[in-house]
Design a protein around this ligand. Structure first.
Ligand SMILES: [Mg+2]
Ligand SMILES: [Zn+2]
Length: 162
């Protein structure tokens, strides 16, 4: 079973948001700016619930430059994240902690992926070592961040759900 395989290897699985937990923005849109635009990937939501059922901690690490660009407020972003957590709670799961970089590229912060800041914060917040952590993403910048933070990385399309 998928959950046993992951649970024996990891205590913490961190998920990227756009392109993993929810489908990427449609058409020319670069950002999800409202709850209405949110389209959750049910396969991944179920996967998260299965992992939680085996005692694995789960959370999210996401770049949201749309906040830095003032396309949405932090409150609006929180509303989107609450909408994700409502779905997870309804399904019997544990709400996810969101580790978010709201900054602009030019701010050169330490958290925006491909830098490892978000992943390091997530692991330290859960008190889990990189050796027992996995990051699942959809972009090369996710993979680079995972390599810098020294935890395992998996592209979302390579999850073996069997
Ligand atoms: Mg992504
Ligand atoms: Zn940042």
């Amino acid at each position: 079973m998928v959950q046993e395989k992951f649970a024996s290897n990891y205590d913490l699985v961190i998920f990227d948001r756009d392109g993993v937990i929810n489908f990427a923005p449609k058409g020319n849109a670069r950002y999800i700016l409202s709850v209405e635009e949110l389209d959750l990937n049910e396969l991944i939501i179920n996967f998260i619930l299965e992992l939680q059922g085996t005692g694995v901690e789960t959370c999210v690490a996401t770049n949201q430059q749309c906040v830095g660009k003032r396309l949405i407020s932090v409150d609006q972003l929180n509303r989107i994240h609450n909408a994700i957590n409502i779905q997870i709670s309804k399904a019997g799961g544990v709400p996810l902690d969101f580790f978010t970089c709201p900054h602009l590229i030019e701010e050169e912060c330490e958290c925006r992926k491909p830098k490892p800041g978000l992943l390091i914060n997530a692991m330290s917040s859960f008190g889990v070592t990189p050796e027992r952590s996995l990051f699942i993403g959809d972009q090369l910048s996710d993979k680079i961040a995972a390599e810098s933070a020294a935890l395992d990385f998996l592209y979302v399309e390579n999850i073996d759900f069997r």
